[in-house]
Design a protein. Sequence first.
Length: 557
Amino acid sequence: MQLIHLGATALGLLGQLAASTAIPNNWPPHGPHDPNHQPLPIVDLGYVKQRASGFNATGKYYNFTNIAFAQPPVGDLRFAAPKPPKYIADVQDGNDKINPTCPQAWPIWLSETFLNTSSVPKGPSETEDCLYLDVLVPEKIFEQRQGRGSKAPVLVWIYGGGFNLGGKTQNGDGSGLIAESTNDPHDEGLIFVALNYRLGAFGWLGGSDFQKQGGTSNAGLLDQRLALEWVQQNIRKFGGDPGRVTVIGESGGAASIGQHLTAGKTGHDFDTCKTPFQQAIYQSPDQGSPKIPSDATFNTRYHDFLKKLNVNNLQEARALSSDAVYEANKATVEVYPGGMFTTFALSIDGSYVVGNIKEGLNAGRYDRNVKTMTAYNAAEGDIFTFTLDTPPTAKNFSFPAYVKSIVPDASPDTINHISNDLYPLSAYAGVETDRTSTFNADVFIVCNAYGLQSAYNNQGFAYEFSVPPAWHTQDVSYTLFNGHNGPGLPLVPSVAVDMQKYFTNFAMHGNPNQRGLTAMSVFGSQASMLNLTTDGNNVVSDPARMERCKFWEKYDV
């Protein structure tokens, strides 16, 4: 069984989402509208003329909302690879839509634990016609776009959510990053892009049986790829430079970036392995499991889903109503085991996804020219541990048995080595919860960050987020901080501002550091990271963890 952990949309656990709906409906906030900018500008994208949705007079940026980057994935395009949009005759401004988000579903363990409800209702913004992106561009960049000078850097946000949850503006709209990039008059600023991609059964069915019937495995990942290609083809028209694109993603979003980095033969030029971005920020890169499950496993999942739909094949599934597929998707996701996302996940498709990130890196199938920043939170494993169906505090919990459930093909000797050598209980003062939490953090997240660093000779930048409780996803509200403390755990504005300075510096200059900031060092041979805390930032290292991660980096069963 593949175990895909909680992604960015678990900000619900921090109170970021209302219990009555999966998606807030007041995003994106366009800010005060400046009458001096009437009429709002129009960008000709060839297939559509897109008018800015609004102008933020405080931040002095244009918001181009809900730009179609693909045809609506409905009818014959449901469960299929995305296709570029057709010609749209009328001028679009994105304001005629309720900020569409792709259909999603919550596991009961997640909604009961963090939203105090056993079932999250469908939000009014959820629709299959969801393949849109937003572009936020500072006024000064936009007005210079026709000039001969250099174009501005671009920062692209890819949300997480275990491939089952999320939306392009669910956790914020990027306005804080825009503000930080233009805060220094000597800096050029940057353009912010956020995209949607299909979730759950709509985007992540897989297996050879599914493909033989005309389905496309990893369709949600291909949605992202098409959006990144859209940036390459169109961002100049907003004043951006397609040769200066930084992607940033958290959890499933970071894992997606890693899959684009290591994509198969259809994803890259054979000789150069060129990716549609030049820099990447991986926040809590959640690989899902040490190994992608077998084709037989995905075939079983596919046929089980057809049974839930009460149909015999994919053609019949495509003919069903959106609500029918939504309900079957919800029924499947709600019963995921505690702490896990399982059924709808990355699968081997023989073309774009030919292995997980670790396998791609070990095979040397990645773009060596991409600059890298990796990050993880100090207590990544906690929420994966205390929400298990059988938590470590239970009398019948067995750590070796739990390890076996995560790496089911491992030999008894390997299970013994993991349990007694890599994670001996004595190293955690006999506290089973601490041992299990560290194991979960390493296997699903931390060692993926270490592996990415290793692929670049440990010369990438790195940081650790240690603001208590430092749970998985907690840093997302810091990343997209817009000057206001929203619902949920109160954040520390000074830490959020520092983080945004590092991100925007990296996107604009290829280096996160600037005068007045504690330097973020390269990872190096000692696993050096900038530790972000409420008491100030400092450099820490964890060579012991690096040794454990060397095992997981090469682990294969």
